[in-house]
Design a protein around this ligand. Structure first.
Ligand SMILES: [Zn+2]
Length: 291
């Protein structure tokens, strides 16, 4: 009986150990599974993070690629924006450098909506006061007039920037005078246009042209050429960026009579080139186009 009990006791102990082992194995498997699952989830999380990072990099890349061309073409972009703004204001955006050579003559009108940035014309001569010209040439003009005076001239500006309305008034006045002189009404506008530009075709509307005459001889005629003022200006004006715009014998090219008083600012580099080659602005521009 005791032996049987002992046997039973051993048997139940064995069972218990087996149950414990089984339990432990189960726990072990559970832990193993948990660890595996944890690792898996870590890997998944890692993959997700990588994906997010890659997506972010891609987005940044696309942002960069979108921005780089804009940065490279920054000036174009800004220009386009300004052009839009200018168009809204009914103005034409102007290339500040190229327009120093802007051609205005009987065949080339002042661009629509052209409004120069003006500055007062200043000089010791009181008769010059009240005029305005393109701000880019007024300093050079003052210097030229002062130096002309030191060189024996007595210069003063008798015409500078003109508005379209003012040019119209000058043109109409010229026609009236011609009619009074007996010129036929049929040809009066054509004759007038040879000495007073048709409104819209006057360089004075650019603000870059100035009529400069001698105080002792204020006549707007060919004799103006022989005054000390013109003798000095014709020789030196290019040094200040000006050219005599309508030289003698060039009416066929310029469309305007000889005017030994009308000076045009083109900047010193162009003025020097024009002076050295003895060209009109029309010829100089044709030469540049042919380059
Ligand atoms: Zn003039």
């Amino acid at each position: 009986m005791i032996v049987k009990e002992k046997k039973n006791g051993r048997k139940s102990a064995g069972l218990t150990i087996a149950a414990i082992l089984l339990l432990l194995t189960g726990v072990g498997i559970q832990i193993g599974l948990g660890v595996w699952q944890y690792r898996q989830s870590c890997e998944t999380a890692g993959a997700v993070l990588t994906e997010i990072r890659q997506a972010a990099e891609l987005q940044a890349e696309s942002e960069r690629s979108r921005l780089i061309p804009i940065a490279e073409n920054g000036q174009t972009q800004v220009r386009l924006r300004l052009e839009k703004l200018a168009a809204r204001k009914g103005r034409t955006l102007r290339n500040k450098h190229l327009e120093l050579l802007l051609l205005v003559n009987p065949w080339n009108k002042v661009p629509e909506g052209y409004v120069p940035e003006l500055a007062p014309v200043s000089h010791w001569n009181q008769m010059t006061s009240g005029y305005e010209a393109d701000a880019r040439c007024t300093e050079a003009l003052t210097q030229m007039l002062n130096d002309c005076m030191l060189g024996g001239g007595l210069p003063y500006v008798c015409s500078a920037y003109r508005t379209q309305d003012y040019q119209q008034m000058l043109f109409d006045d010229k026609i009236d005078r011609l009619l009074e002189e007996g010129v036929s009404p049929d040809i009066a506008p054509t004759v007038a246009a040879r000495s007073v530009a048709i409104p819209g075709t006057s360089e004075h509307q650019l603000g870059l042209a100035l009529d400069i005459i001698d105080e002792n001889y204020p006549g707007l005629n060919e004799a103006q050429e022989w005054t000390p003022t013109q003798q000095w200006l014709m020789k030196h004006c290019w040094e200040y960026g000006f050219i005599l715009r309508y030289p003698n014998g060039t009416s066929d090219i310029t469309g305007i009579i000889y005017e030994p008083w009308h000076y045009r600012y083109v900047g010193t580099a162009h003025a020097q080139a024009i002076h050295e080659r003895e060209l009109t602005l029309e010829e100089y521009l044709a030469m540049r186009r042919g380059r």
